[in-house]
Design a protein around this ligand. Structure first.
Ligand code: ATP
Ligand code: MG
Length: 328
């Protein structure tokens, strides 16, 4: 299952991602957490201290390795240099599994020990001022898109991405790579405006989008969100003393999280599972090809000097049936 948390800055994306990840670990799911937010705080929210968080490898810094590994022996991809963030897998490509060891995880993932089990954490690396201009920003988040497009995930396996709802994720196909997108919204006009924009982009792509109300203080807040987003409102989360205690550097055990917040997290898991059960691998593959052709034409062909449309393997479909090449 591939899941994204998006929303306005400060709405609680990182907090809710981290709570959801802890909840999944408590339910014995296998989890890869990915920090693709502008402010890289997911590690801290999962309990890493400053030094540990700072020592996380950056996906953006390992792009050549990632490309070389995923390319495998795919004859349609002449070299890692011609591989862009949307280059789709084809015959000969190496795919990633949530539960396995591979050179990409060795270089880019770190194990984080939670109260209820271990998860893997990957991070894009901090965005600098210049990254917010188009190309470099893309290359950092592009590493995540490449991995998602080469990842075959099963039912008890989760990839949870804490990410920015910026227009960059719409230019690439990133926003279509998830079984469920949780849009975190505070009960304010600004909070729901990000939802409207996202909904508009997502409309033509069958993106499953649900709103998670955060910092909701009472029935008025819930009614406001219900009025603004209708049935897309999945659940609301109130102020959490557990979160506050964690932010004071005194994280209580996760089993002490407030019961209503725990129930909210379970609704998120249920919604994600329902959506994953309905995943259409054919559409999933078709959309990655669609965005690849679009990016090839818009900038990729010019940038690499190659005809990137030729990278598409017309007979390839991503799916659980595909045997995954052993690393080596
Ligand atoms: N339900 C909650 N209960 C208590 N505190 C919360 C809750 N949700 C968020 N917060 C607090 O609000 C602040 C912003 O949350 P968070 O960092 O998760 O937002 P974000 O959307 O990831 O922000 P950014 O855009 O900076 O990445 C944090 O201090 C967080 O601890
Ligand atoms: Mg954040």
């Amino acid at each position: 299952m591939k899941i994204a948390f998006v929303g306005k800055g400060g709405s609680g994306k990182t907090t809710l991602s981290s709570l959801f990840i802890r909840h999944l670990a408590a339910n014995e799911a296998h989890v890869i957490a990915v920090d693709a937010d502008i402010n890289q705080h997911l590690g801290a929210a999962l309990g890493l201290d400053e030094a540990e968080a700072a020592a996380l490898p950056a996906l953006g810094a390992h792009l050549p390795l990632i490309k070389d590994y995923l390319r495998g022996s795919n004859p349609r991809i002449a070299s890692a240099d011609t591989m862009i963030k949307t280059t789709p897998p084809g015959e000969g490509s190496r795919l990633l599994r949530v539960v396995e060891d591979n050179p990409v995880y060795d270089a880019c993932a770190r194990t984080v020990r939670l109260d209820d089990g271990d998860i893997r954490l990957m991070a894009t690396g901090p965005f600098t001022e210049s990254d917010l201009g188009v190309s470099c920003y893309h290359s950092k988040v592009g590493a995540v898109e490449l991995c998602l497009n080469h990842l075959v995930d099963g039912p008890e396996e989760y990839v949870v991405v804490d990410m920015t709802a910026g227009s960059d994720s719409f230019a690439s196909g990133m926003f279509t790579r998830f079984d469920m997108t949780f849009l975190v919204a505070e009960p304010t006009l600004k909070g729901v405006s990000v939802y409207r924009q996202y909904k508009e982009y997502a409309r033509d792509f069958g993106v499953a989008l649900k709103v998670v109300g955060n910092k909701v203080q009472g029935p008025d807040d819930t009614a406001f969100l219900r009025e603004e987003v209708g049935d897309d409102l999945l659940v609301t989360v109130g102020h959490s003393n557990w979160v506050r205690a964690m932010e004071k550097g005194r994280p209580p055990r996760f089993e002490l999280l407030e019961a209503d917040n725990r129930m909210a997290l379970q609704s998120l898991q249920n919604a994600a599972e329902d959506s994953y059960a309905a995943r259409d691998w054919e559409r999933y593959t078709r959309q990655m090809v669609h965005f690849h052709l679009k990016n090839a034409e818009n900038w990729g062909n010019a940038r690499t000097g190659a005809d990137l449309a030729a990278q598409v393997d017309p007979s390839f479909m991503l799916g659980e049936h595909i045997p995954v090449a052993q690393p080596g």
